[in-house]
Design a protein around this ligand. Structure first.
Ligand code: NAD
Length: 274
């Protein structure tokens, strides 16, 4: 895919943060946009921004990506309305902070339902349309934490590593089968969004301190800059897009250290984490 002009782009979790910035960025580059979220008020704000950015057609739906039946109905409706679908960005995601011993099965299933199954369902339901378009692309948003594990992030790490494994195999299959569909797995570092505040924490976690650490120290890049890096990655059909200097540095440091990175992270986190 050389340009987004006149392409139909589907983005989940577009009511805020990276999803919203992506919707605006693709609209600016000439795409027709289908956005969804569970947050209808946030989604309505994104619709206005996308229109201001010049989108010729915008469709907005309330969609919970963990609801498989609703996702199937949604994908069929989008394909029918636009007559084609070129790009799906499986972006909707949530966080869960706390040590594994404190985490319930319900919390684990909640995060996997959104971060992993939401991505699988979005891919499954849109893939036939992407193939039929003759020029398609799947973009799955993993995380730096889909490459490197952190204490307190076992559920999020599991969901984002799963997204990476799934997405990399899918890219290989598209190549083996000769389908006209590029596949990109995106690994952002800290991006200034409400993701920490919107996430769940176990009882033992000092939520405000975690949110403050994320928002004041760790989340360095704006969602708008992240969106532009991601779109450039799609247009270059990159297999993997690392977003932010932190993502590049931490990923490469962990690669150099091999599995010993886990001991280094454990020691460092005692000093940094609240
Ligand atoms: P955000 O909280 O601003 O946006 C996430 C959006 O997903 C919200 O609008 C929320 O309402 C929506 N959402 C939550 N549950 C949903 C559901 N069940 N169905 C549909 N929509 C739902 O956070 P963000 O930072 O923009 O996150 C976007 C993606 O980027 C996520 O997958 C996240 O894991 C990933 N990511 C973010 C960062 C970061 O530092 N912000 C880093 C790495 C990866």
């Amino acid at each position: 895919m050389k340009t987004l002009n006149d392409k139909v782009v589907v983005i989940t979790g577009a009511g805020s943060g990276i999803g919203r910035a992506l919707a605006v960025e693709v609209a600016r580059r000439g795409a027709l946009v289908a956005i969804s979220d569970i947050d209808e008020a946030g989604l309505a704000e994104t619709v206005e921004l996308v229109k201001e950015a010049g989108a010729s057609e915008v469709r907005a739906d309330r969609l919970d990506v963990s609801d498989r039946a609703a996702f199937a109905t949604y994908a069929a409706a989008v394909a029918e309305q636009f007559g084609r679908v070129n790009v799906v960005v499986n972006n909707a995601g949530v966080t869960m902070t706390g040590h594994f011993e404190e985490i319930s099965y319900d919390d684990f299933e909640w995060i996997m339902g959104i971060n992993f199954w939401g991505v699988v369902t979005g891919t499954k339901e849109f893939l036939p349309h992407l193939i039929a378009s003759g020029d398609g692309h799947v973009v799955n948003i993993s995380s730096l934490f889909g490459l490197v594990s952190m204490p307190g992030q076992s559920t999020y790490n599991a969901s984002k590593y799963a997204v990476r494994g799934f997405t990399e195999a899918l890219r290989e299959e598209m190549l083996v089968d000769g389908h006209p569909v590029g596949v990109t797995c995106v690994h952002p570092g800290g991006i200034r969004t409400g993701i920490s505040r919107n996430g769940r924490k176990t009882e033992g976690v000092d939520g405000p301190a975690v949110d403050e650490l994320f928002e004041k120290k760790l989340a360095r890049m704006s969602p708008e800059k992240a969106a532009s890096v991601i779109v450039d990655g799609i247009l270059k059909n990159r297999a993997r897009v690392l977003v932010g200097l932190d993502a590049h540095l931490i990923h490469h440091a962990a690669k150099l250290l091999g599995s010993r990175y886990q001991d280094v992270v454990a020691r460092g986190s005692r000093r940094v984490l609240p």
